[in-house]
Design a protein around this ligand. Structure first.
Ligand code: PEP
Ligand code: MN
Length: 465
């Protein structure tokens, strides 16, 4: 009986979400409960900001979004692999030449290593140019014995305790910092920085570990040799395509008023499509993915490729319902499920999630986020993650998908191109006692440059087993 009722409910949900014209509008999320939203003292000020955002140009072009969607379709078809990575929480101060270059560089280097290992082209999506807003477990926190609103990311409030009031002007600041960051990324990838024929752009001074450095230099010269060989044998001129690299932006689509204000329509009538133009790809966090919630409502109507984080609290049948709502037409590459259970938990949850999706006859791109289930408190008091635990969850994900005759389509990391000391382990063998040396994150701990390179080599090796 219960089963029959829930099946009918599913049918209705699916039918309703088939066409965006079916009760969906850019603002239909406002009729649902939205978790983790800012509370502004002055609504009029928010309205003014949103009007301004609605008039500003898109941050990304809809053609680029379609291109990413086509690449993610190839991920779904087993022809590409996805690398997604970046900060847990971006700060406006990260919008500078060095930090942007370091992030683009580590993503390009990791993807070269992965391409070589997987024999597949890599789709690069960075958590950048908009990854400002953070969900929090408590709306308040106690500092020096006094209660303050929690810090929710720089697009909502400031880190300093006297700066905790939610301020809508910060949404504009977020827009302009995203624009400046994206502008420099575009300059880098089109200006020659991403050119794999110019190894001088790929210098490895950040890699402390000699072995990792030698591995990468060996791989990079192999690539150069292959290119030279191709040029001679096939008598081809320098291929312009080698100068460029596709590089896409992403963030958690948390603050719905901001996302809605940057939503734009292409086409008219039945053919009209709504694109979120704040980033190429946005995802729903593990804390805001209720079936009946506002986030699912907003996301179901946009044409971007999207992701949903999926942790231990996701019931298998809930996952199936969610996929039917967010990807009713089952368009390959539209939806990625980003799993994050923890190295000790993955075996208890991922098989049931895969089975439920398979039994329902559905397909998604499965991505493993081996970071968010592996956060721990170190003895020295820092929030950290162990490289080995991260790797262990990743290995299990590869194996479990294979055992279920499926495929892991990609990986999702919190990482940085800088030499921080936030996660333990890796080839530099960072210890708990080293964490204080350069611990910069105020949110979750990230793999540093060397640890990210190590991870890429280990994943590449895994493909060859
Ligand atoms: C995040 O990606 O930073 C995050 C908060 O993840 P999750 O929603 O999986 O907890
Ligand atoms: Mn995080």
């Amino acid at each position: 009986m219960t089963k029959r009722i829930s099946a009918t409910a599913i049918d209705m949900e699916t039918k309703k979400s088939k066409h965006t014209s079916d009760n969906w509008s850019v603002h239909s999320y406002k009729d649902k409960v939205a978790k983790q939203q800012p509370e502004y003292p002055d609504q009029q000020k928010l309205e003014n900001v949103l009007k301004e955002l609605e008039c500003l140009p898109p941050l990304v072009h809809t053609g680029e979004i379609d291109q990413l969607r086509a690449q993610l379709k190839e991920v779904a078809d087993g022809k590409r692999f996805l690398l997604q990575g970046g900060d847990c929480a971006e700060l406006f101060a990260y919008c500078n030449k060095n930090q942007i270059e370091n992030k683009v560089k580590i993503m390009l280097q990791m993807s070269l290593i992965l391409t070589h290992g997987a024999h597949l082209p890599i789709v690069r999506i960075a958590r950048i140019a908009g990854q400002y807003g953070k969900p929090r477990s408590s709306p308040t926190e106690i500092i020096d014995g006094e209660t303050f609103p929690s810090f929710r990311g720089e697009n909502v409030n400031g880190m300093e305790k006297e700066d905790r009031t939610h301020d809508p002007q910060r949404l504009l600041k977020a827009y302009f910092h995203s624009a400046a960051t994206l502008n420099y990324i575009r300059a880098l990838v089109h200006g020659g920085f991403a050119d794999i024929r110019k190894p001088e752009n790929w210098e490895l001074s950040h890699v402390e570990d000699l072995h990792t450095r030698q591995l990468f230099e060996g791989l990079s010269s192999k690539v150069q040799e292959s290119l030279e060989f191709m040029k001679k044998i096939l008598n081809v001129k320098d291929n312009e395509a080698l100068r460029y690299a596709d590089f896409y932006s992403s963030h958690e689509g948390l603050i719905l008023d901001y996302e809605a204000a940057l939503t734009r329509v292409e086409g008219t009538g039945e053919g009209a499509k709504h694109y979120n133009t704040s980033a190429h790809y946005i995802w729903i966090g593990d804390r805001t993915r209720e079936i009946t919630g506002a986030h699912i409502e907003y996301f179901r109507g946009i044409a971007n490729p999207i992701g949903v984080k999926c942790g231990p609290s996701m019931e298998p049948e809930e996952l199936v319902r969610l996929i039917r709502i967010l990807d009713p037409d089952q368009q390959a590459g539209r939806l990625s499920i980003i799993t994050r259970y923890g190295h000790a938990n993955i075996k208890n949850y991922l098989p049931a999630h895969i089975k439920a999706v398979q039994e329902a006859g559905l397909k998604v791109v499965w991505v493993c986020d081996p970071m968010h289930g592996n956060t721990e408190s170190s003895q020295s008091g820092y929030k950290t993650r162990s490289f080995d635990n991260v790797l262990s969850e990743l290995r299990s994900a590869f194996n479990i998908h294979k055992e279920h005759r499926g495929r892991l389509g990609g990986v999702h990391f919190e990482l940085t191109g800088d030499n921080v000391t936030e996660c333990t382990g890796g080839s530099e063998n960072l210890k708990d006692t080293d964490l204080g040396t350069n611990y910069e994150t105020f949110c979750d701990p990230r793999l540093n440059y060397g640890q990210s390179m190590d991870m890429a080599f280990l994943i590449a090796d895994y493909f060859n087993k």
